[in-house]
Write a protein that binds this ligand. Sequence first.
Ligand code: ZN
Length: 366
Amino acid sequence: MRHVSVYILAVASLLALASRDPVVAEIEPGAAVKADACDGDSTKLGVSRVVEIDTTGGVEVGGEGASAKHLLNDGEVVLTFDDGPMKSVTRPILKALADQCTKATFFMVGQMALADPDLVKEVAAAGHTVGTHTWSHKNIHAISLQKAQQEIEAAVSTVSKAKGTPVAPFFRFPYLNATKQTEAYLKSRNIGAIWIDIDSKDYRTRSPKVVEQNILSQLSRQKKGIILMHDIHSWTAAQLADLLKELHDRNYKVVHFVPKTSVETLASYDAAAEKALAAKAAAKAANPIVSRSIVWPMASAPGPELASTSPTGTRRKTGVHYRKVATKPTIVDGVSDDGAPVKVPETKARKGTKAKQDTSPWSIFN
Ligand SMILES: [Zn+2]
């Protein structure tokens, strides 16, 4: 029965949305969401409808931008996870999503995908949408347009190559911080910017309960929205099963965003990404333990060399979500932003003593 009601909902929404907006199409859930053991199980959250987004010419979805499209009805949410993938967190998140037969969108960081390409495939194989979130989580406002383009393209190519097929042309700005020039660039590349409506603020707490409450309280006020979480925080993973159950029990519906077309990667970045992935694989084969996360084979983002220019572009304030962020070297699982290998201080944890998995490199500023 659930299937029938879902179908009716989808058709009704299709008529409502498609009639006024060529960017958005509705597809019958069964077309994109594989029937599985829990299909038709009303005790599960599931996916109530699948919205296909045409990013041709660029599109903004959600958030507070003047030209943003808002595709959700009251009671609907979209689940999104930024900054990963990171095995210790992404895996339990995938399990919680699978347990509720529901789907999410992952905005992956290029460096993270390069560190664990198999995990990228795992996320995609589970039916989730994979978008990108720059190569190294740079604050776009703080870097030149050329550098921003490199950050975008290196991630698009690396995550695509790690995944095995091109990713969705869905992009999320780090720190929710854009420039007009970068937005124009995304449009020229037919990439959509997916903003957020509900911030879990999982970067400001280590309490699973607080993360869940942050989401549910905003949701009860706003009634719908694209939810931002991060699959680099164990507490985010820890609360997810509860959150999804609450969403189900409170009668919220999950909408799954899927792209109409895959992103078109650029050949020069593809070649660099392939080289980087091959180097990573070779390093791992040579020394599985060390190369896993301590040695980084690359000095910089894959892609053509760019002349350095001074920052350009105007800051786009995104309301309450905007945060000014210092640009400092970041450490990602064994590499600093300047490319130098970094010894990961978690050797003890890897041997099974008190784990420090929660000390994520991104958690210090996002
Ligand atoms: Zn982020």
